[in-house]
Ligand binder design. Structure first.
Ligand code: AHR
Length: 503
């Protein structure tokens, strides 16, 4: 059997775990909003029309922040359509997803839902078909206490208190030719900087996100970030990154190593941002908002084409995630955490029904997809600070990413509570790995939990009929041998080990 060691020391801190890394994304796409978080006719719906069963699962998932309302949708969206008396709201075409938007759900419904879900809102604004004026109007409507036409309109719409939305995305994927109002880096950089400057005149405390690349594979990647930041460096806090991964053919090894690509993406965006910072002689450091990431079977969606009839909330990208997908999601989370010093926000795309952790059927049940589990466990147990651990592991050859270490791992340390948690993925699709981790530097510890996800049937999925087919199980081999944590990591598996200072 292959062997591997992790070296962990509480002195080697990357950064505190930023809770915003456990964000998600609600877009007006498919049935994420209508039939997802909002279904007034559902037996579990509350007086606001929010599905109670979905809300419960959102809380269990441990989501901390939610980006809204898109996505590609936002680049053609008029926010005013979604506020005020519902019967007066216009029905519109949404060209991004070729659907009918009723506008029954808009900003104030989202904010009400966000309060119930106990999440921080991350609001995206339309810089595709719209610009600076609409952006500052939206900001005034949402955040100004009152006494102006727009803030008084919000109050008249039933929202007396300002929403106090702190984090704003300046558009969505403006580098993508598919985006409504797609722009060059020069055009977008200027618009983002102007909009950011104007928003800061209203409130200098806002946190603003400039659009980075919609993928590392984009032909403009790198140059886009550099140009946009040359314009906007001083007035934005974050640059966004988006990445989706999928199993291609039977290349399981490359799929399991997807986080290698995410890791490179993060390092390259950091290098580009720091290069611009150096040229500007700035001491400020730009953070990354990885505000769309997940496993997404996008090629299948592209092959099927977009809906050819215009309907309300059609089923779009309702992935049935496998145990293998869940292992990959676990490893993407490990990568995001490992970069805690620069990745300060991240949103798994999306929350319900569309590319989602949670599935919900009209008038029927809601259930946890396989990918729900690594997210929920990581969000719950990654506490305190992220530690810079060293992986000493054999290499795995992959067709797409070259040779990668067979293990992907991160550890967190909550010094106050005396908790150490190790998350580790064995990316080898065929061979187990015997892991040994020396924990002497933490003093006496006890192993309180060892959990495994992955295992025998990697293609198993959770369905309406069998919602708990893929669930985490007690690790068959995790043990603490003196100060050494030992475990046999099965092929293509995600493991979590929780240790606590011995009492
Ligand atoms: O999350 C689905 C879509 O993926 C988003 O609308 C878009 O921003 C990205 O391309």
């Amino acid at each position: 059997m292959q062997t591997a060691q992790l070296s962990i020391d509480p002195a080697f801190v990357v950064a505190p775990v930023n809770r915003r890394v456990f964000g998600s994304f609600v877009e007006h796409m498919g049935r994420c909003v209508y039939g997802g978080i909002y279904e007034p006719e559902h037996p579990s719906a509350d007086a606001d029309g929010f599905r109670g069963d979905v809300l419960e699962l959102v809380r269990e998932l441990g989501v901390t922040a939610v980006r809204y309302p898109g996505g590609n949708f936002v680049s053609g969206y008029r926010w005013e359509d979604g506020v005020g008396p519902v019967e007066d709201r216009p029905t519109r075409l949404d060209p991004a997803w070729r659907t009918i938007e009723t506008n029954a759900f808009g900003l104030n419904e989202f904010m009400r839902w966000a309060r119930k879900a106990e999440i921080e809102p991350i609001m995206a604004m339309n810089l595709g078909t719209r610009g600076l004026q609409e952006a500052i109007d939206l900001l005034e409507y949402a955040n100004h206490p009152g006494g102006t036409a727009l803030s008084d309109a919000r109050i008249a719409h039933g929202e007396k208190e300002p929403h106090g939305i702190r984090m704003w995305c300046l558009g969505n994927e403006m580098d993508g030719p598919w985006q409504l109002g797609h722009k060059t880096a020069e055009e977008y950089g200027r618009l983002a900087a102007e909009t950011a400057r104007a928003m800061r005149q209203f409130d200098p405390e806002l946190e603003l996100v400039a659009c980075g690349s919609s993928g590392r594979q984009m032909p403009t990647f790198g140059a886009w970030e550099a140009t946009v930041l040359e314009h906007a460096y001083d007035v934005v806090d974050h640059i966004s990154a988006h990445a989706y991964y999928e199993l291609e053919g039977d290349d399981v090894a490359s799929f399991l190593a997807s986080s290698t690509d995410m890791d490179r993406f993060i390092r390259e965006v950091v290098a580009t941002a720091d290069h611009v910072g150096a040229r500007l002689s700035s001491t400020k450091r730009i953070a990354i908002s990885f505000d769309e990431w997940n496993v997404w079977y996008l090629k299948a969606m592209q092959a099927n084409g977009m809906p050819d009839d215009w309907t309300v909330a059609p089923r779009l990208s309702e992935e049935a995630y496998t145990a293998l997908d869940a292992v990959v999601v676990g490893s993407l989370l490990i990568t995001l955490l490992r970069h805690a010093d620069r990745v300060t926000a991240a949103c798994q795309a999306q929350l319900v029904n569309t590319i989602s952790s949670i599935r919900a059927e009209p008038d029927g049940p809601a259930w946890r997809q396989s990918i729900f589990h690594p997210f929920a466990l990581t969000a719950r147990h990654a506490r305190g600070t992220v530690l810079d651990l060293r992986v000493d592991a054999p290499a795995l050859a992959t067709a797409k990413h070259g040779e990668v270490p067979v293990l992907d791992a991160v550890a967190t340390h909550d010094a106050e509570e005396g908790l150490v948690t190790v998350f580790v993925v064995n990316r080898d699709p065929a061979s187990a790995v015997a892991l040994a981790t020396e924990l002497r530097a933490f003093g006496d510890l006890e192993l309180v939990e060892a959990t495994l996800l992955g295992g025998d049937d990697l293609m198993a999925t959770n369905t309406r009929e069998a919602p708990d087919r893929v669930v985490p199980v007690a690790h068959p081999s995790g043990s603490l041998d003196g100060t050494v944590l030992r475990a046999e990591l099965p092929p293509a598996s995600w493991s979590m080990f929780r240790l606590r200072a011995a009492r």
